[in-house]
Design a protein around this ligand. Structure first.
Ligand code: GLA
Length: 383
């Protein structure tokens, strides 16, 4: 649904024009997986798929929420009464943002919100971060809170961690809030230092495909939390604040000090993955774009074998794409389903897409959804 429909939907629903309309994108991560909660590096870019919100202020301590994408009616909440982890519905994401803003001392007295999103849900493309960020940006503008993008991302992460109760890192919210059109975002998740890296594959005759396996990843938050706890255990055993502090050159020595094989595998993934992000940045900056392919593929092997968060559908995408001429391929996002990315010559896209679709049919998997990902703008006010 576009901005005009969302604006009109608001007016029909609440009986007055909204004060404004905002959008915030989903993201795909090029490289740097499960590094963000280890203070490491990530490199996402924004998708053209967005959450759009029409919003007005209220001064009576009421928040009204409505989604154009779902059957339910308007949900009315009182910011004073919001309790972390009580709400198990979609409303927890926008309500969590209101909660986090108020917790941080910002005078948000209420709002009417009408939302619609084109970000596929459960595909590992940050549909929830898009909803959080669009609401945060709208309230920041309307209440003139003066918060910067990275601060909004931090508040949205807090909404997700504490209010929703999902122990995620900072990547998704920062990507949605801070990405720029035509660029991938090289983000240091320790201090949120950012560098926008030009990423125009079409100009070089390449494409990046997203293959949504249609395996919903949502039910594996327990596994995500276990990986996170294992990484924190590894950092504690090695005497560092976060695994980011283990230099790639010191990896073997660090692994030799760890007895637990499970922890060793997690540490190896995180340390090598941080090195892969830096390698991809260096290759892109030197104009050697095709050479990032094998680095992406190595990232997949590490997530599959060391971090152990792939699944048969994701492996099938990667193996089939590579066998059909892809330059590189990997799962992206939290894992256990969701999406894979495939870097390919433009001329190979049809062959690869057909091969993946046929492989899925032969394996009796649900047909995947394949689309081209183009680096798109981050969150913004539309009207
Ligand atoms: C999910 C989380 C992110 C990040 C990725 C894995 O998308 O929300 O914070 O940890 O998984 O890289």
């Amino acid at each position: 649904m576009g901005a005009v429909e969302v604006r009109d939907g608001f007016t029909a629903l609440y009986g007055a024009e909204p004060e404004g309309v905002w959008s915030a994108p989903g993201r795909v991560n090029l490289i740097g997986e499960h590094t963000d909660y280890n203070d490491g590096f990530v490199m996402p870019f924004a998708l053209p798929h967005t959450a759009t919100a029409a919003v007005s202020r209220r001064e009576d301590g009421v928040v009204r929420l409505h989604s154009a994408d779902l059957d339910g009616g308007v949900v009315e909440l009182r910011p004073d009464d919001l309790v972390p982890q009580a709400d198990k519905e979609w409303t927890a994401y926008p309500a969590g943002v209101v909660w986090a803003l108020r917790e941080a001392g910002h005078p948000v007295t209420g709002a009417d919100i009408h939302l619609s999103s084109t970000v596929p849900v459960g595909a590992g493309l940050s549909s929830s971060a898009a909803v959080e960020v669009v609401v945060a940006l709208a309230l920041n503008d309307l209440y003139e809170l003066g918060l910067q993008r990275w601060q909004l991302a931090r508040l949205c992460q807090r909404a997700e961690n504490v209010y929703v109760g999902a122990p995620t890192g900072i990547m998704d919210q920062t990507a949605s809030a801070c990405c720029e059109d035509g660029h991938a975002l090289f983000l240091d998740t320790r201090d949120l230092g950012q560098k926008q890296i030009p990423f125009d594959l079409a100009a070089e005759g390449m494409r990046l495909l997203v293959v949504d396996t249609r395996v919903k990843h949502a039910h594996n938050e327990g596994e995500y939390g276990k990986r996170r706890a294992g990484c924190e255990k590894g950092a504690a055993l090695l005497g560092v604040d976060a695994l980011r502090d283990i230099a790639y050159d010191d990896l073997d020595a660090a692994l030799a000090r760890l007895e637990d094989e499970e922890v060793r595998r997690l540490v190896r993934h995180v340390v090598t993955e941080d090195a892969r992000v830096e390698r991809v940045v260096a290759l892109l900056e030197s104009g050697d774009t095709r050479a990032i392919g094998p680095v992406l593929t190595a990232g997949h092997a590490s997530l599959r074998d060391d971090f152990r968060i792939s699944c048969p559908e994701l492996d099938l995408v990667v193996d089939t794409a590579l066998a059909s001429g892809a330059l590189g391929a990997r799962m992206t996002g939290g894992g256990f389903g969701g999406s894979a990315i495939v870097l390919a010559e433009a001329t190979d896209v049809d062959t690869i897409t057909k091969a993946v679709e046929e492989a899925f049919a032969a394996a009796s998997f649900t047909a995947p959804r394949v689309f081209e990902a183009v680096p798109s703008p981050g969150a913004r006010r539309i009207s």
